[in-house]
Ligand binder design. Sequence first.
Ligand code: PHE
Ligand code: ZN
Length: 872
Amino acid sequence: MKSDQNRRKYLSEYQSPEFTIKSTNLAFELDETQTRVLSKLQISRQTDSLDAPLVLDGIGLTLLNLNIDGTSLHSGQYGVTEYQLTIFEVPDEFEFSCEVEINPAANTRLEGLYLSSGNFCTQCEAEGFRFITYYIDRPDVMSVFETRISAPKAGFPIMLSNGNRIRSGESGNRHWVEWSDPYPKPCYLFALVAGDLARIDGEFITASGKAVALQFFTEHHNRQKCAHAMRSLQKAMKWDEDTFGLEYDLDLFMVVAIDDFNMGAMENKGLNVFNTKYVLANPQTATDNDYLAIEAVIGHEYFHNWTGNRVTCRDWFQISLKEGLTVFRDQEFSSDMASRSIQRINDVRMLRNHQFPEDAGPMSHPVRPASYQEINNFYTATVYNKGAELVRMIHTLLGKDNFRKGMDLYFQRHDGQAVTTDDFRLAMQDASGVNLDQFQLWYQQSGTPRIEISRDFDQAEKTLYLEIKQDPGTTLGKANQPFHMPMRLALFDQQGKAIDLDGQGLLEQIVDIKEQNHRFKFEGIDQEPLVSAFRGFSAPIITGSDLRDEELATLMSCDTDPFNRWEAGQQYATRVMLGRIVSKDVQKPVHPREMLEAYRVILDDDKMDYALVAEMMILPSEKYLGEMLDSVDVHKIRLVREGTRGLIAEATEDLLLKRYEECSEQGEYRVTPEDTGKRSLKNICLAFLLILEKTKYFDLCLQQFNNAGNMTDQIGCLLPIVHFQNPVREEIVRRYYEQWQKTALVVDKWFSAQASSYAKDSLAHIKTLFDHPDYSIHNPNRARSLLGSLIANSSAFHELGGAGYEFVAGKIIEIDAINPQVAARMANAFLHWRKLLPSQGQLMKQQIEIIISTPNLSSGLNELMTASLSTD
Ligand code: PHE
Ligand code: ZN
């Protein structure tokens, strides 16, 4: 059995499907433990191989009935394995029909048809449809769907599927409804929901005047918490019309919020299914970041209607075709709704903290992977976030107008088709005339390229030569060819004034980098200038520059690109901290006087946005610092980083307090860039002040907790206080729980905060939380909030002696038997054992060996653990 699931699939093996399914007719007789699914498929042969059998995917199905063109098949005419149904001989065109029984109540994997809080729902991406019925479960088989749902009236007043509702009726104590989706789609976009849910109505009038009904469904007690998501949806619909001329195509758009969901949300045609985390919000229960994340995910799923659904993927190697592009679109949407520079800073932080490590580890893969064992392991930061960076580079290379032309051509060519990342790139190239041949390497080669920038200034000739060296890295041990990337560039004089680049007032330039070595010449320059390179992070690379400390400090306060101001601070802090990490003596500070002064300048700059000051106060993460090193001593990195935060707190105490007070005046809660920036700066100042461990600041924290009128301010107290062992911590932790124990998403934050504690012996305390009555491994949000935060906690997870590794490995094995997708996500933490100090690495490796020798391990976990041990 496992041997089949564990087989590796290769892009090079792709063959178009032997059969297509013109129409799909499904009838569900819903029952918690014995649901019947009757399907009728109009199938036709596609290829010339006239004797090819019909092979359908199906897992865990009890087959009740099988017939072709109305004649039932006898056992000699077909074969069934654990994964497939094969009909040995079929005509060229026929109606295939089968009936199966499935058990939704026993479905803990949360793919296929399952129950969440007593409601039926489905999750079919990537290969979940095969848990519902026999089908050709691949995205290049597109079909129109008609779905009939029947369920008891009591308990299931709401019954939903894709498209438009066309008929309904009742018989006895059951009722039924029929849905029809006119747009051909792959089965991964199929959805069904049935249960007792509240409906929240809204409307959107499209640019061409069509009224679209918007409906949110949620458990009754949450019905007041959908307003922000509804508004976000309306904004997203408008934005896509304004930005890309894309209108919604059906008369109805539904969103269902579900407690138990493996991912963030799913773009099923006309019926998005969401994790409640990305729908429900009010100021008391959701943080500013939650508000922004909801807007982003609502946008993301809505945007998939065109980039993903109308134009879909040919095969699962092309996930980035829809995900990279759709992440780019949601990032642009969020940038336009709030602050572009803060958005960019957070997107880059995400990339550096998650995608860079992934791309440097044993699961490194190109944006378009060449092979996979378990497709669920490839919904990665590389496919999503680096994929979005590739689309962003194309946008930079083409310019806004040409990019729009490229999008138009893409839809003109491929609407209704299942295509590849090459099709996208070619549409962009053909519409703009910009050659993207070399650019395709970004989709095929993995690893993060490194760029070294150095200056060669000729004072006598008043000429700057800028040297750009590219190290393109490797893919599977093979040297990469150089990448094509855009570099946005500006020069500043030593006083921080922007330099005119062409004598005509040009202050920024975009240059193409294509070779391993470039030399750019700038004339008429009086003194050696500061280089502000890759502004706005114009390429997803690691850069090194020859800027001196004081030059970085100047850029921190003067660069006209807010992103690069932040970036100068990050580079400066990285340099100082790495210096201390590699030095023999942590205690003896390499005293970063100038750096501390630079932080004073930032905190004292009242012309800068609150939000940008706040971002600049966040030091590069432990993860990122580890990425910059060949061998990682996690504890030393943490000590140095925390120590540096302590030095900054001491050096800026007066300003921290001043800023804290300035940002404390509260009006009505609003999620505007100005207000969220203020709250974020206030809470960052509080976190810094607490490091000083003065009674007055603990009191301040408690006072903020007592007066907090919103979740952002409550969490602003809870998160930093968990690191201290004192009565204020005990009080806040206790009262937060008492106040919120009935509200699942808020309790998640409570578990997560405690599991992130750096306090001494925190592992022992975190372990006890797994016995808390509110902990459950069946709910992915809850499991992630506790186990996921423990894994991210360098102090507890990496506790000397390996107790953290052992505990986490045990939990992962336990979860794998229930929900393999969640287990595999968590297991990513074990991929990087080779980079740790040998003493720690060996302890981690022992646990990997225990995991991998567990009987009946899922294919996903098997793939990750095998990769982590492989030696090439
Ligand atoms: N396609 C979803 C999204 O990115 C993510 C997802 C993948 C959800 C697989 C469930 C399963 O919008
Ligand atoms: Zn997506």
